[in-house]
Design a protein around this ligand. Structure first.
Ligand SMILES: Nc1nc2c(ncn2[C@@H]2O[C@H](COP(=O)(O)OP(=O)(O)OP(=O)(O)O)[C@@H](O)[C@H]2O)c(=O)[nH]1
Ligand SMILES: [Mg+2]
Length: 302
């Protein structure tokens, strides 16, 4: 049997469902998901098997008009993911159609898409009627020569197996890139930090999720088989620290509990999670924060 292997980059506007699809393809939660935009900050690789093919999905940060250094580094990471991939899948939201953001991505694809298979995945089909889908398919294909269009619901799983099968066939022949049982290519300490960031993002309102970052500071394997994990939540202002802690520490307690439970499920063992909040007004301009997130600090230069 000939084996195949390669990289499939998922790109699209923030909130398109890239991380949801990555997880659906892999069959496990390797990338965090929230209803808020700009959840994913770096490239997250999730590995899926389809017959004799190993598909390495590259979940990327959403593409938007960047303002801050962090935004620019995120957008650069996303386009970089597409440029390094064998196949690119552009995800758009069925109910939003061709937005200005989608138009800008199509412009970028003129370059990055050259010599590369680019497919279109219209996601969240559970939210619209069939007529809308047909019109959107036509509109998008008039604008760009997609190799194929898929109509999917990443969340409900509709169309996901068909897309995976098609992608497998587009990958080059060659040996697998990861051991067959590996599902993610991301250091465990980073996955753990992401889980906490997801729980924080779900609880915090307005701009706060965009002004904080989470890092795993220490990881200790204990003799009883459990793990002690220490994490730092960096915020920019004293007031933010108070909000993250919450009244009588309620917020941080709830976040810590939810993150710990998810970590325990992921690791299959007991976890002791310790969260600390630190005020660091300038963290968005610190190179070390970017390497911890898996981003290139210099990509943020104007
Ligand atoms: N109704 C519906 N919602 C979906 C579907 N797929 C994803 N979502 C929701 O859309 C929201 C965004 O999903 P994500 O997977 O985080 O989107 P993303 O593209 O990774 O977003 P960024 O990381 O911010 O770029 C979440 O609330 C998902 O539950 C779908 O097929 N149908
Ligand atoms: Mg995401």
């Amino acid at each position: 049997m000939t084996t195949r292997a390669g990289f499939v980059a998922l790109i699209g506007e923030p909130n398109a469902g890239k991380s949801t699809l990555t997880n659906a393809m892999v069959g496990a939660k390797v990338s965090i998901v929230t209803h808020k935009v700009q959840t994913t900050r770096a490239r997250i690789r999730g590995v899926a098997m389809e017959g004799e093919a190993q598909i390495v999905f590259v979940d990327t940060p959403g593409l938007f008009r960047p303002r801050r250094r962090l935004d620019r580094a995120m957008v650069a990471a996303a386009w970089g993911g597409a440029a390094d991939a064998d196949v690119v899948v552009l995800m758009v939201e069925a109910h939003r159609g061709v937005t200005e953001g989608v138009e800008r991505i199509l412009e970028g694809l003129q370059d990055i898409g050259k010599g590369r298979t680019v497919a279109l995945a219209i996601n969240k089909i559970d939210r619209v009627k069939a007529e809308t889908l047909l019109a959107l398919t036509k509109d998008m294909n008039d604008r760009y020569p997609f190799a194929e269009t898929f109509m999917i619901s990443a969340e409900k799983g509709h169309g996901v197996p068909a897309l995976r099968q098609w992608l497998a066939g587009k990958l080059p022949e060659g040996p697998w890139l990861y051991p067959e049982d590996q599902i993610a290519d991301l250091p465990m300490r980073m996955i753990a930090a992401e889980m906490t960031r997801e729980k924080l993002t779900l609880r915090l309102h307005q701009e706060l999720p965009y002004q904080m970052t989470v890092e795993t500071e220490a990881w200790e394997e204990r003799k009883d088989g459990s793990a002690r994990i220490d994490q730092i939540i960096y915020v920019m202002r004293d007031g933010h620290k108070g909000i993250v802690l919450g009244h009588k520490g309620e917020t941080i307690k709830a976040v810590s509990k939810a993150a710990r439970e998810e970590l325990e499920e992921f690791l299959g063992r007991k976890v002791h999670l310790f969260l600390q909040v630190k005020v660091r007004p300038n963290w968005l301009e610190e190179a070390e924060r970017y390497s911890e997130m898996g981003l290139n600090f210099k990509d943020g230069n104007t």
